[in-house]
Design a binder for this molecule. Structure first.
Ligand SMILES: [Zn+2]
Ligand SMILES: [Zn+2]
Length: 363
């Protein structure tokens, strides 16, 4: 991080019009659960970077893993400013920045990829071997300002709010999971397991593809069930009703065409194998804190397919912007809470307790 933040003094001497010296940020500073709100120097941008005044930044499921410091994030860089879902206004541009200027409203992709490896060359920078992520490897968007390479930027269309724009990244993830990874056709029966924000976005995308969708959750998910219902998606509380019974009843005992596991709970994957039909497809997008036990013989004899899906490709960003601005996907219906950076603890509490949908910081 040393290089990411230059000293205030240097900045004061420079000729730029911009004169803020310190910024507030929500940081991960120690290898233990929790977050810290700190004042840190404003980052000095590189020649190919812009400085963004963050207007909205959303908490992701992965940020909860970081908050709890689960094993999946034990190799992250500390200290670091968290957050990779953000949008804001450009307040400064580096010398080599092309096509963007001060005052423009932008959002950013979350993966800084090498652009040279085999995956990057075919547009799959989500699988880049050398990539770094905002909020894990380099300073992220839970802050008043962030430095971003201009090549990761996307302009906000007129009429798109910053609150919506900060949700383009998670929608891009859902779009990759659903459109690029999960084969389904009109009329297919799809079970989305987990009604967190990614589950709710993915369910909307399956519906958009004319699938019949059932989304599941637990008793704790009352607010999320209501969001699902408002979006016209059938819901099921698996603590109150048997998912397997409902699926079999709705499919004449055959099973679902697709199960989409949008939770990091191992039993959900096992259950997915039990509710899809023979030759059925299972997409898994949850991040798991431990290994997942499965009955392989059952999977073999039914010729099931289990596929992982991770992050988003660059092309998913303009696609998501289009889906939001055309009104085809409603990202804001899922947004239930807004907090200042100082209220980080309360914001994370809502997200961790699942008492809301998407939670945003409005710095
Ligand atoms: Zn995310
Ligand atoms: Zn690469």
């Amino acid at each position: 991080m040393g290089q990411a933040f230059a000293q205030n003094i240097k900045r004061n001497e420079s000729s730029i019009a911009y004169t803020v010296h310190a910024l507030k940020a929500v940081m991960k500073t120690r290898p233990e659960p929790g977050v810290t709100v700190k004042d840190i120097p404003v980052p000095v941008i590189g020649d190919d970077e812009v400085l963004i005044k963050v207007k909205a930044a959303a908490i992701c499921g992965s940020d909860l893993g970081i908050y709890n410091y689960t094993p999946a994030y034990s190799k992250m860089k500390l200290p670091v400013v968290m957050g990779h879902e953000f949008a804001g206004e450009i307040v400064e541009t580096g010398k080599q920045v092309k096509g963007y200027s001060v005052g423009e409203r932008v959002l950013s992709e979350s993966v800084k990829a090498c652009k040279k490896c085999g995956f990057c060359k075919v547009g799959m920078s989500n699988l880049c071997d050398e990539s770094t992520l905002f909020g894990i490897h380099t300073d992220g968007g839970f802050a008043e300002y962030i430095a971003v390479p201009y090549k990761l930027l996307h302009r906000l269309p007129e009429g798109m709010s910053y609150e919506e724009a900060a949700l383009v990244e998670p929608l891009s993830n859902a779009l990759h999971f659903v459109k690029d990874i999960t084969p389904f056709k009109s009329g297919d029966f799809v079970v989305v397991q987990g009604c967190g924000p990614i589950g709710l976005y993915s369910a909307q995308l399956f519906k958009l593809g004319s699938a019949r969708v059932l989304i599941t959750g637990l008793s704790v998910d009352t607010v999320r069930f209501k969001i699902g219902e408002r979006l016209g998606i059938e819901t099921l509380n698996i603590q109150k009703e048997s998912l397997e019974d409902r699926v079999m009843e709705l499919t004449n005992g055959e099973g679902a065409d697709v199960a989409f596991v949008a939770v990091g709970a191992p039993p959900a994957v096992k259950q997915a194998t039990e509710i899809v039909k023979k030759r059925g497809h299972i997409t898994v997008v949850g991040i798991f804190g431990k290994e997942v036990p499965l009955d392989m013989t059952w999977i073999v004899r039914r010729e099931l397919k289990i596929v992982g899906a991770y992050d988003a490709k660059p092309e998913n960003f303009p696609q998501s912007i289009g889906l939001i601005s055309s009104g085809k996907v409603n990202v804001v219906e899922v947004l239930t809470h807004r907090f200042s950076l100082d209220e980080a603890e309360a914001a994370f509490r809502v997200a961790l307790d699942k008492t809301g949908g998407k939670v945003e910081f409005i710095p």
